[in-house]
Each structure stands twice: as structure tokens, then as C-alpha cells.
Design a protein around this ligand. Sequence first.
Ligand code: ADP
Length: 840
Amino acid sequence: MDKQKYTPMMQQYLEIKEDYADAIVFFRLGDFYEMFFDDAIVASKVLEIALTSRDAGAKVPMCGVPYHSVKPYIQKLIEKGFKIAIVEQVTEAGKGLVKREVIRLITPGTVLEDGILDAKTNNFIGSILLTEKGYALTYVDISTGESFITDGLEKKQALDLVLSLGIKEVVLPMHFDEYIINSLNDNELLVSFSDQFQIIDNKNLNHLEREQKRAASHLLNYLVNTQKQMINHLMPFKVIQRVGHMHIDYRVKKHLEIDESLVNNSQTTLLHWLNECQTAMGSRMLKSMLNHPLYDIKALNERYDLIEAFTPYQPREQMIGHLRYIYDINRIVGRIAFQTVNARDLYQLKETLRQVPDLKETIKRYQNPKLDEMVSQMDEHQTLFDHLEQSIHDDPPITLKDGGIIKKGYHQKLDELRDIDLHGKTWLSEFEKTERDRTGIKNLRVGYNRVFGYYIEVSKGNASLVKEEFGYERKQTLANSERYITPILKEKEDDLLHAKERSMTLEYELFKEIREFAESFTFSLQELSTKIASVDVYLALAIVSEKHNFVRPTLQNGRDVEVIQGRHPVVERFTKFVANDVIMKEGEIFLITGPNMSGKSTYMRMYAMIVYLAQIGSFVPAEKARLPVYDAIFTRIGSSDDLSGGKSTFMVEMVESNEALTKATEKSLILFDEIGRGTATYDGMALAQGMIEYIHEKIKAQTLFSTHYHELTVLENSLERLTNLCVKAKEENDTMVFLHHVEKGTTDKSYGIQVANLAHLPKSLIARSKQILEKLEDKENKVVLDLFNYEKFEAEDVQTINPDKASVLDEIEKLNTDQMTPIDALLLLKHYQSLIKPKK
Ligand code: ADP
């Protein structure tokens, strides 16, 4: 493009745009942010604003949004996954071209604006890197300062985590693994690229291992580049150890509707019914607990203890009363760090701190040593509170430069300036009176003109009375009078003329000092925030438990399960729930049969929910629950067919089943719902039976397997740890009554025809179908074979390439070695080696 043909301003624009090709450039011109060229065409469509043009040497497409109400426009673009480069004027308007620079790059993962961010959800930005220990995922919420890293991941685990944590934007090195890039794109996540790895010297990284530091620095470099400043308020990176956590992939979370609804109705999620939190920090912490279920009996019992501690009813109302007035400390601290905080935020911070002493007193009423310990660690920030209480106005405006922020009595000079501004006239007449009294000149008068400013006027007749000691200095001689000034008047003149402006500037200066003072409390405020969040969360869980009759689960190292009268925590909100028991032994498989709609799926989900709740540290909906801890939950539950992703229902079913079959251990929980539906009957039945046997013989994980193939129930005879369960239904007057009661035993038919009858299919068709069924059932189609010898098969199968090896070969074929650094190549080699080495 020939830049020369454009005006200097447009050339300036084009130069900036060159560096921000992947962003929409918001170019500040007076009271507007203007967009030009393609940006204008795209943005005018997305924002539904008029596309005009500007003559800038040549005609240029243009659209603009007002500076003072830019937020909704930013929000819209960010939600659509755009990045926005904010270009501001950085020098005062004067002669020649104003200098302009990008002051911030706003991306979906780095928004800070209150109102765009959801208070109850973290806004994470992440980075994936290949390290010596496999893939590392680093993620940070810059609005709250929370920072995490987890490493030693496989590629798919890293992707799973990105999806399950709801990370908004992922930073990758250039020329990264295509599978990862494509998967992120498929899920409509914004991918940003950065090749800056230099280690950031920051105390928040000191405790990390070398490779973890490199991964964290990769993300931090990107953040510093987009924010154009060091990110000072980040908390030390928390290393998420995979060993202490239960493994769940995002599909499990989705199937069980943990925090995301399958039908776009938040009321069907577990999160919705658990969230009795009063504060935004509490809500986010609860969500984070749901995202990171634990596999650690001790840690879980500590959580149960806290719920128990908050169970007594007495102080509850008071607790809620205090928590309700607690604002989002973390995000205010974030805005302090980014200097986008306003006086209203600081007022809210102060009101929050006001609650702390009373909150602590109320917690003490529980008389629980654990809570007392928590209380003792809650810093009231008395100094900061006092400072804010003295300085910040109670109802300050959002703008910082128009005054009205600082309280009277905080700063003498400010009070004077305000006083002058308010009482300028009074002061002048008082001054006049004092001077008359002092000099004895009765007709002395104070006046003002534009050339000389304020003066004291004495008539010619009285001029001789002006004495040296008055300190009057002659300024002007007129026909009938002399005009003087005094040092006091001179000083005041300045004040009088500029009082308003000065007081506003001074207020802003003072505000900046106060902000700086508050910033020095960043880390202790974040600690306080975390403490309050946990108080809020455990109180909320105690409230839920009490409201809905949850009990404290007993966790044990053994694998026996004893759930008495279990309920599904969400389904029971919508209907009168029929409670069911789950009594299970080590390695047991439940084969669940029963007609459609009888409650097979709900029973399986109910148990998974109870396990999930127990492992986030919550009480569970049952009369009694003795549970093992699971290292993972795997689900294959219908209805999430990835047709748009180009995979058929049956293929998705098999891919998901394979996750469980290859990753589950004897300490995992597997839920398989109606496996084999998507293919022909015998095909499906054979696969279903194959899977059950494989799990029974090889994996030995506790499994709930629902099926409409009632033929499979004969497996109870050959598999010693398989138990048949059924959900019976009664046929009454040609209709079916569902009791939803799960018991031991089998159903001898699928009830498909009965259900078809219920749906009022033609009577003759139903009659004919019954005939056909009878004939088919005459044929013996129950397959009882000797159990398969898996060890022998695998020993003989060493020649064939195992699936990991095959996928490694696939990947090597796709590599673009021209674009790899030697280090990357070595790391990748090491990674492949780890994949194909026999696992111990
Ligand atoms: P299936 O998997 O056997 O086809 P579902 O588990 O999907 O059946 O259950 C169908 C419907 O029956 C559910 O949507 C729910 O409303 C109801 N239901 C299932 N189990 C129960 C139960 N234990 N108590 C009350 N209602 C239930």
C-alpha cells in the first residue's frame, strides 16, 4: 500500500496498524475511537453502526464509537473473539501531529472492565507449551490475580483442561502442534501466538521448577506485551498436582451438567443448586472446586469439617448479613494494580473492610477451633480502612478528574481551595472589611479587572492615608483613584482564579497517592479475599446441606460402596424423587436393564453426582454414604453427538468409550449408558458384551452399565463381579407406570413395543410387531462363551504396532521440521519416547 498518498494522521494510523494486524484498532480522535479500512467494515457489521468514509488523502472507510461509552462496543467485539488495540493520544494537542500509541491490547483473555466480566466466573487466559515433562498448561485470571500451572500432561489432557476450565484465550508458540491449534479453533477458542520465552524474574515464579518457569514466563511475556505494563498483582503460581486430583475430562463435566447446561438452562446445572454464596469471590471459588475435584481423603475430610463447623443455625443470618456487603476484593485489587480503579471501587473496598471485624466476631460464635484459626488469620486492614475512611467520599462519582472524590478534612490545601471556590465572594468582602478596619480608609474597595486581576482601590482623596506598613504596592493610577495589591491578595488571586481547576487536579493527585497506598496492600488483601471466599463457600455448602438434607460422606481406602437412599441433587429439585440405594463391592459391574424412561440413566448419574459432590468436598444427597475415592470418572452418555465436528454418533460413542477403556484403573468409576445403540443389533450387542468383559477382566473398575440388550443379563453367570439391576415398570391398562425403583434382578424384555403403544402407533402395527418379536425370541441369541484370554492375545500381538506408536508415527509424518528449533525437536523426541515406552 502506498502510504504516501494519505494524510500524516492516516500514515500514523497505518504504521500502528502494521504491528496490530490481527486486532481491530480503536484510534482515538477527539471524543471518538475511529476504525478505518477493513477494521471499519468488519466492526460496523458486528457493532451494527454506520459505515462512513473519511477523506484522508484518499477516501477511507470509517466508523467510530464514542470514547465515553465505549464499553458495550468492546464487550460485543470481545465476545465475538476479536482483539482490540486501544490507541490513545499521548501528547497534548498543539502544533503538528499529536503522538499516538497503543496503550493496551484488549483480548478475550485479558479484559478487565467491570461489567464485561462475569462476577461469578474467572476469566482465564492460558498457554500450552511442550516441556521436558510433557505439555504444561499455565493459566491466569488477570482480573483477580489468580495464577496456576499444571504440567506433565498429555496433549489431550491439556486440551481437556482448557475446555473444562472455560479458558477464553490460549497463547501458543508459533508453529505449534497443529492438532492442538485445530482443536482449539474447532471449539471457537481464540488462539494467540507468541515466541517470547525469556524468563521473567519475579518472586511469584521463584518456587517453580525450571521448565515450569519457562512455561509461566511464556504466558507472562504475552500479558506484559498486551497490557503494556508489568503485571504486579499476580499471586504466586499455584502448581496443580495431578496426583491429588480426580481426573475428569470436559465431556464428563458436560454430561453430568456440572457447571454447564446441556439444554441452555442454568437451572439444570449442579453449580446452580450449590451456589448459595453471597460474594463473587465465593462463587468463583466454588466453581473452581467443581473444576478440580480431589483424590485425597485427608483434604476432603478437612473440607467436610468446615461444612460441619458452619452447620449450626444460630449465627447464619448474621453471617449472610456481613457477607452480603462484601464486594469483589480481588477484582478491585486487580483494578488498583492496573490503575483503572475509581473512587467508587475504593469506597467499596472500605465498606468491605468495615465488615471484617464483625464478620470475625460472628464466626467466633460458632465456637469451633478450625474456624477460630481461620479468623486469627484474617487481617482487618485497620490502617487501610482508616485511611480510606478519612479520605474517600461516601458517594463518589466514577470519573476521577472532576472532583468530588476526597472528603473534607483530609487535606488542608484541598479544603482551602474548595473553600475559596465556594466562598470566593465571601472571602473578598471579608478581606475588604478587614482592610478597611486595619487602614481606617472607609471607602477602600476590592475590585477585579482582567488585565491587573484583583486590586485594592483607594480614592485619590484618601491615597495619602496609605502607609508604608500596610504593605500595599501600587499597580495603577487612575484619574480618581489609586490601585494597589498586597502579597496576600496576590496569592489569593491565583487561588481565586484557579481554585476549581486546582482543587480538581489536587483531588486527582491525592487519589493517586491513596491508590498507591492501597496498592501496597495487594497481597494481604488477596489473602483476605481468599479467606473470605472460603468462609462464604463452606457456609454456602452448609446451607445447601441443611436445606436439602445432604449428609457427610464417610470416605475409606477400601472400594466398597454403601449409599442408602441416594438422590440426584438436580433432578430432585424438579420432581418428587424416588431415592435408591447403591451397594457395590470392589470391581463390581452393575448391568442395568429396564424399559425406556424408567430411570436407568438417572440412577447412574445420581451415583456419579454423589461421587462428584463427595470429591469436591461437599456433603451428598443421601441418608448415608460410605464411599471409596475415585481417581477418575469416565462417562459414555448419549446426546452429545459431535455431528458438526464431522464424527458420526457411533464414532463418537466409540471414541468416548475408548477414553475409559484405555485410561481407567481399578480405582476409577465408569458410566456407560446404552453402548452400541448406533449400530446393528448384533454388532452393538457384541461390542457391549466385549466391553463389559474387558472391564471385568482387565480394568476391574466399578462400572454402571445400562443397556436395552436384556440378553446381556446372562453374563451374571460367567462374570463373578457382575450384578444385574433393573428398574421395573408396571403395565397397567395398556399403559406403563414407572416406579423408578432400582432393584436386583433382570427384565426379560425391552418394552420397546409397550412404549410404541404408549406413543399410540397404529394398533395393527403393534400386534404384528408382537408376532415378529415372539419369533425372534425363539432363536437362542444369548451368547455364553468361555472367557477370553486377554494376556495371551496381547503376548501374541506384540508384532502389531500399539495405538500410541501408530499415533506417534502419524504425528511425525505431519511435522514441519523447517520451522522447528533444535530445542523444540529434542523436546518433541523426548515426548514421543515417553508415549511409546512401555508403561510400568
Ligand atoms: P432411562 O435412562 O431408563 O431411559 P431416565 O433415567 O432418562 O430413563 O429417566 C426418565 C425420566 O424419569 C427422568 O427424566 C426423570 O424425570 C424420571 N425419573 C428417573 N428416575 C427417577 C427417580 N428416581 N425419581 C423420580 N423420577 C425419576
